[in-house]
Design a protein around this ligand. Structure first.
Ligand code: NAP
Length: 515
């Protein structure tokens, strides 16, 4: 069964109506992978959609010795390969006029001075009124020298002072633990006040993640049942079929808990569990999200041992192709104890969710790629149809929000099989985004870059949010550190994860949703 989407033209609640003011966008790490695959295609598409004011300048900065012309050639290849739209030559010609490049070293003040000088010249030539958006598309080890360089160079304009603005976008990972995230916040705040800091979690830029808020708060029918009275439990799954790709060095230090749970899963958890904000803006939405994280029941060492499971993949078969185990991947220690899978049960100690378990899991090299939130409701309180069920109990109703792939929302309920005396079968009412709807939608980076240019931080993580999430992760890491090294690998690539994760949920009489 499928439900037809009825659409009505209307203002986009996530987007301020006015176009951004002219500004200079400085990309630190302009020769890197993120810039090539995400940032340049996103900026090109914003330009095609007339969302980049013509006076804008995009200034790339990295050590690679490129001229403006070489950077433009690099950008053209990147856009041809990764843009959601094919390249159009007149649109390209317009966009590429706004691309510039300054070669330099982040640790070197004369490089920062050259960047400042170039920016000032471009602003003068193009009539840009001194607004700056700095994007740190560099490894975290380079954050400090760039922030110092920006501070020394006097690039930042204090928030709210004067007509111009200076904002900084920071990529994940934002710290390695609670202490390092606090230090990083402290460092950034020496130059940029919190209102000018935009911490990216690209999940928040996804259409389907934003839709969680619309689904919950633009419909009156779901909120009354969105609580402990009707909800049995909630499952949040971020399953990947890919491995660690070329990121062995990074992943060895991170693991699934830091790489995925601290940010993406915590974001999904807070969106699904938060109270209605009093207004849709950066302050009120983020206030409610952070309250959810603050209400997560603290995990004692014993709780962590009982309520968390970690895993690491061994060799296996994914999509019909044999793949190596984690310990055989490049830049991974042959005895590595890094987790590539984590599952856990947590509680949110608040009136709405008291005693409702939230089961979260994420892993690499799993059977299937799937990100979803499933709200499983309590069973009907009194079963009238017992004698017609042929032994099996009626499955509970489940509302599933599919973030990716196959984006949409479905509700499972029971119906009578036509013609039978009283045979019951589960049916799914399904809303699937049309492939064309999503293909035409801006990518997460388009949404987030535009929001940052417009000064709307609603879809970015705030410092208290990031630190609270790290606090949860730290308690798990320190409890794990007290245990002997786990017997890894404990799941084969291409499966649904370790058996211990099944035991975790089955001990409560529940089951993970099929991957
Ligand atoms: N790639 C992705 O899909 C992705 C997704 C999400 C988040 N991120 C985050 O985005 C950031 C950048 O990732 P990336 O994949 O683009 O990395 P990358 O390909 O290694 O590029 C890093 C950029 O920074 C420069 N750089 C590297 N080390 C440096 C150092 N010690 N000092 C100064 N400059 C240095 C490099 O340029 P030069 O060598 O020319 O100076 C390059 O332009 C990271 O924080 C990453 O976690 C990336």
């Amino acid at each position: 069964m499928s439900a037809q989407a009825t659409t009505a033209a209307g203002p986009d609640m996530f987007r301020a109506e006015q176009a951004p003011e002219p500004c200079a966008i400085v990309i630190f790490g302009a020769s890197g992978d993120l810039t090539r695959r995400m940032l340049l295609p996103a900026l090109y598409n914003l330009s095609v959609d007339a969302q980049l004011p013509p006076q804008c300048a995009v200034v790339g900065f990295a050590r690679t010795e490129w001229s403006d012309e070489e950077f433009r050639e690099h950008a053209r290849a990147a856009v041809s390969e990764f843009s959601r739209r094919p390249i159009d030559s007149s649109a390209w010609d317009r966009f590429c006029q706004s691309l510039f490049y300054v070669p330099g070293d982040y640790d070197n003040m004369p490089s920062h001075a050259r960047l400042t000088e170039r920016l000032e010249r471009l602003e003068h030539e193009r009539g840009i009124p001194g607004n700056h958006l700095y994007h740190l598309a560099v490894p975290p080890s380079a954050f400090a020298s760039i922030i110092h360089g920006l501070g020394e160079g006097g690039h930042a304009v204090p928030h709210g002072e004067g007509a111009n603005w200076s904002r900084v976008i920071v990529e994940k990972p934002f710290g390695h633990d609670l202490e390092s995230s606090r230090e990083l916040n402290k460092l950034i705040h020496t130059v940029f006040p919190e209102d000018d800091v935009y911490r990216i979690d690209h999940y928040l830029g996804k259409e389907t993640v934003q839709n969680i808020l619309v689904f919950r708060f633009a419909n009156g029918i779901f909120e009354p049942i969105w609580n402990r009275r009707y909800v049995d439990h909630i499952q949040v799954t971020v399953a990947e079929s890919i491995g660690i790709e070329e990121r062995g060095g990074y992943y060895e230090e991170a693991g699934a808990l830091r790489d995925m749970l601290q940010n993406h899963l915590m974001q999904l958890l807070s969106l699904v569990a938060m109270e209605a904000p009093i207004a849709f803006n950066g302050r009120w939405v983020r206030d409610e999200k952070v309250k959810v994280l603050q209400a997560v029941r603290p995990l004692s060492t014993e709780d962590v041992w009982i309520s968390t499971v970690r895993g690491q993949y061994g060799p296996g078969v994914v999509g019909g192709r044999p793949v190596p185990g984690y310990r055989q991947e490049r830049d991974v220690r042959p005895t590595s104890a890094t987790e590539t899978y984590v599952a856990l049960k947590m509680y949110i100690d608040a009136w709405r969710w008291a005693d409702v378990p939230f089961y979260l899991r994420t892993g690499k090299r799993l059977k299937k790629r799937s990100t979803e939130i499933a709200i499983q409701f309590k069973r009907a309180p009194h079963l009238l149809f017992r004698e017609f069920l042929e032994g099996a109990p009626l499955a509970p109703n489940v509302l599933t929000m599919r973030i990716q792939p196959d984006e949409g929302i479905s509700l499972m309920f029971h119906t009578k099989v036509p013609g039978s005396p009283l045979k019951i079968r589960p049916m799914t009412m399904d809303f699937t985004y049309g492939a064309t709807d999503l293909a035409a939608a801006p990518t997460a980076y388009e949404t987030l870059l535009l929001d940052a240019m417009q000064g709307d931080a609603t879809l970015f993580a705030r410092s208290d949010e990031v630190e609270t999430a790290w606090g949860i992760v730290d308690s798990i890491l320190s409890a794990w550190a007290e245990l002997p090294p786990p017997a890894f690998p404990n799941y084969a690539a291409g499966t649904a994860g370790p058996e211990a994760a099944n035991k975790l949920i089955e001990a409560d009489g529940r089951r993970w949703r099929e991957l």
